[in-house]
Design a protein around this ligand. Structure first.
Ligand SMILES: Nc1ncnc2c1ncn2[C@@H]1O[C@H](COP(=O)(O)OP(=O)(O)OP(=O)(O)O)[C@@H](O)[C@H]1O
Ligand SMILES: [Mg+2]
Length: 255
């Protein structure tokens, strides 16, 4: 079975990194080998996976613009071995982009490396998960970062703007040829919020994989700089499992 490549996208602040961390943990709990790639120039997926801030900052950044796979100087497997760091939560973390200084130039080279890694076959990984930086340019740029993703998860919060972003993202994903896009509603505080997701996403032709509740403990863990290890109320766990099931279903359908 080839590994599944998941891209996690959405408007700024909707919860991409939080959802990426929860999904990565859930796959590990299923016994899967998971590689999580942080493409945010202000990387913090490490925190969601149980690393301290100092440890997260020490994760070496992937080389830029290298050709991966046949004809290239390295392979995705080798990059994971060399640049990946184990996290307390289980996934191996890779850091693709880091802007350490002002005016350091564009991040295209880092995105190109991630694109190449997703295109290359992996021998020992079941799930590759990419936590994307907010914004749509990495889907629209020629040869988008996620061109080789199998499934795109578009995270939304209960706001019209985030749903609008999800709609635009889904259209770009279609153009890029990503086979499946699923929406994830996050931070729902009421039944109205859950209905809002169902109605607006449906109207826009997006299928809703699950709705995650707003969880005060996630917000508190974030404020305290703690990881989300202790945070798994039943509703949240159930929603994350629904996402994994929806991904598995669509994979089975697409083949
Ligand atoms: N289900 C939730 N319940 C409560 N708070 C949440 C939930 N999901 C995310 N948050 C909080 O929302 C904020 C943004 O979350 P996160 O950093 O995961 O978003 P993001 O989309 O990755 O942001 P960015 O665009 O900056 O990368 C954080 O403070 C996080 O703790
Ligand atoms: Mg983020």
């Amino acid at each position: 079975m080839p590994s599944i490549r998941l891209g996690i996208v959405g408007k700024g602040g909707v919860g991409k990194t939080t959802v990426a961390g929860l999904i990565a943990r859930a796959y590990v709990e299923q016994g899967q080998r998971v590689v999580a790639i942080d493409t945010d120039s202000n990387p913090n997926l490490g925190l969601s996976l149980g690393l301290t801030l100092a440890e997260t900052e020490e994760v070496p950044v992937l080389p830029r613009s290298i050709i991966v796979g046949s004809g290239g100087s390295t392979t995705a497997d080798r990059l994971i071995a060399e640049y990946g760091r184990e996290t307390p939560a289980g996934p191996t973390l890779l850091s693709a982009i880091r802007v350490a200084e002002a005016g350091a130039g564009c991040t295209c080279g880092g995105h190109a490396t991630v694109r190449g890694m997703l295109a290359d076959a992996l021998s020992d990984v079941d799930v590759v998960l990419v936590d994307m930086e907010a914004g749509l340019e990495h889907l629209s740029r020629s040869g988008g970062t996620l061109a080789y993703a199998d499934v795109l998860l578009v995270v939304c919060e209960p706001t019209r703007k985030s749903v609008l972003t999800a709609t635009r993202t889904s259209a770009l994903a279609d153009e890029l040829g990503i086979p499946v896009t699923l929406a994830v509603g996050n931070k729902a505080q009421s039944a109205e919020d859950a209905d809002f997701f169902a109605d607006t996403l449906n109207d826009n032709g997006l299928s809703l994989a699950a709705v995650l509740p707003f969880d005060p403990q996630i917000a508190a863990a974030d404020r305290g700089g703690a990881d989300e290890d202790a945070v798994s109320p039943a509703a949240l766990t159930a929603a994350v499992e629904q996402i994994l099931a929806a991904v598995a279903d669509t994979r089975a359908a697409v083949g």
